[in-house]
Ligand binder design. Structure first.
Ligand code: KIV
Length: 270
């Protein structure tokens, strides 16, 4: 008998999890080795996030990362995953132009990376593209609230939809994404009460990051929750490990051992 842990996660699995009240656990990954560990630990969804632009490439924003870069990261992740659903972010500039461009970009991601679904940012304004991509047989995850690809429009990474007009707009956008065919939507950095209301009014699962505990699932950036990135400490981030300090200590010990000719020793040579 195959255990339910080993069963592959699909968009239908996530829908059933929402219906039964089982929370969805999602994390980012960008490479084979960490994706393999994350998948083996039982994660439901792996997001090949365009946050790769920050944590992999060291860019200040997600704006510079390209479609080719995203496809490369997604290929690496796919090679390490047996169970999780792998969602790949569509990078800035690959879908905002028109729905044909969006479809072409989504098709490239699916064909060249082997990913299982794509994610894009925005509400009503991206619905035509969502419909076209879904009609082509590609599952789409939406992303509302703080949308990092629009950082130059908003100017800050502060909490979104605190005012009533913006909150109403967010619910309308979420419903429009659901109607357009999204299988799920991410809510980033919005008040928890709003996330609760939106999650209750949608039939598709919602995934929160800085959006409280009433979303149907949670997502964090892997390098943030593992403590590899140290200069990013928003209130919503729980650090589950301090790998940054462990790596620094290991590397400085290695440097010391090489310099003192303690490494390699007699057992570590041929
Ligand atoms: O790119 C990313 O990591 C994301 C998450 C923050 C949801 O979009």
């Amino acid at each position: 008998m195959v255990s339910s842990r080993a069963r592959k996660v699909t968009t239908q699995t996530l829908q059933k999890m929402k219906q039964s009240g089982e929370k969805i656990a999602m994390l980012t990954a960008y490479d084979y080795s960490l994706a393999r560990l994350v998948d083996g630990a039982g994660i439901d969804v792996i997001l090949v996030g365009d946050s790769a632009s920050n944590v992999m490439a060291g860019n200040e924003t997600t704006v510079p990362i390209t479609l080719d870069h995203m496809i490369y990261h997604a290929q690496c992740v796919i090679n390490g995953v047996d169970r999780a659903l792998v969602v790949v972010d569509m990078p800035f500039g690959s879908y905002q132009g028109d729905s044909k461009t969006a479809l072409d970009s989504a098709i490239r991601i699916m064909k060249e990376s082997g990913g299982h679904a794509v994610k894009l940012e925005g509400g009503v304004e991206v619905c035509e593209s969502v419909k076209r991509i879904v009609e082509a047989g590609i599952p789409v995850m939406g992303h509302l609230g703080l949308t990092p690809q629009s950082i130059y429009k908003f100017g800050t990474y502060s909490v979104r939809a605190k005012e009533e007009a913006e909150a109403t707009r967010l619910i309308e956008d979420a419903k429009a994404l659901e109607e357009a065919g999204c299988f799920s939507v991410v809510f980033e950095k919005i008040p928890s009460e709003l996330a609760k209301q939106a999650s209750e009014s949608l039939t598709i699962p919602t995934i929160g990051i800085g959006a409280g505990s009433d979303c149907d699932g949670q997502v964090l950036v892997l390098h943030d929750m593992l403590g590899i990135t140290k200069d990013f400490s928003p209130r919503f981030l729980r650090r589950y490990a301090d790998l940054g300090s462990i790596i620094e200590a290991a590397v400085s010990q290695y440097v010391e051992d090489v310099r003192s000719v303690d490494f390699p020793n007699d057992e570590e040579r041929y």
